[in-house]
Write a protein of this length. Structure first.
Length: 204
């Protein structure tokens, strides 16, 4: 077996605590009755896919969401509900990243959007920090910035090629099964981080 040289981490559910139910509940309070059909941990409809691949602006996203729900929600209401799923960073997991940087090149690959990026950076910086969040990694890749999202095969291939990573020497860590399965197809070693599991307890 080839020795791993790099690790690609997911963000939500791996380094940042998230709860999709909180967003769903927040949207339901605003009158959105089908949030699970629009977005979940394992899938997204076209509007949310466009948001997560940077193909639609925040403003147009707010307008289109109102169209498809038949509501007249303000951008503030939508943003607050959408950000409700973002909780806090796993501090021990952040410390763990520093301990393994001497052994591996570390990368981040996250399905996310500009609304969430602004919010989780705010959450991260709420505490006094020695360094920016991105400095834990060689490079961070956000789906809305690269125009590709997991579990699309092109997303994995693009990152591997961009960083000149050998798939067989790269570990992929994610909390979503379809994302892990697609990474396996791409040739990477994979770890599915199941609920309650922490990266600092992995044998890396």
């Amino acid at each position: 077996m080839q020795k791993a040289e790099a690790i690609i981490f997911d963000l939500g559910g791996v380094i940042l605590n998230i709860d999709y139910n909180l967003a769903r509940n927040a949207f339901e309070k605003l009158g959105v009755r089908n949030f699970d059909e629009l977005y979940s941990q394992t899938g997204a409809d076209m509007l949310f896919r466009e948001l997560e691949t940077g193909k639609i602006s925040n403003e147009n996203f707010y307008n289109e969401l109102n169209k498809c729900t038949g509501l007249q929600l303000s951008p503030f209401e939508i943003k607050q509900a959408w950000n409700a799923m973002l909780l806090d960073f796993r501090e021990e997991s952040l410390l763990f990243l520093d301990t393994i940087r001497s052994k591996y090149k570390l990368f981040l690959l996250s399905n996310t959007n500009h609304i969430h990026i602004a919010e989780f950076n705010k959450i991260y910086n709420h505490k006094k920090r020695e360094k920016p969040f991105i400095d834990y990694f060689e490079k961070v890749y956000y789906s809305c910035e690269i125009g590709l999202r997991k579990p699309d095969a092109e997303c994995y291939d693009w990152v591997l090629q961009k960083e000149s990573l050998a798939p067989g020497k790269t570990i992929f860590v994610d909390d979503t099964l379809p994302n892990v399965e697609a990474a396996e197809v791409a040739g990477m070693k994979t770890i599915l981080l199941e609920p309650g599991k922490l990266i600092e307890n992995l044998d890396l």
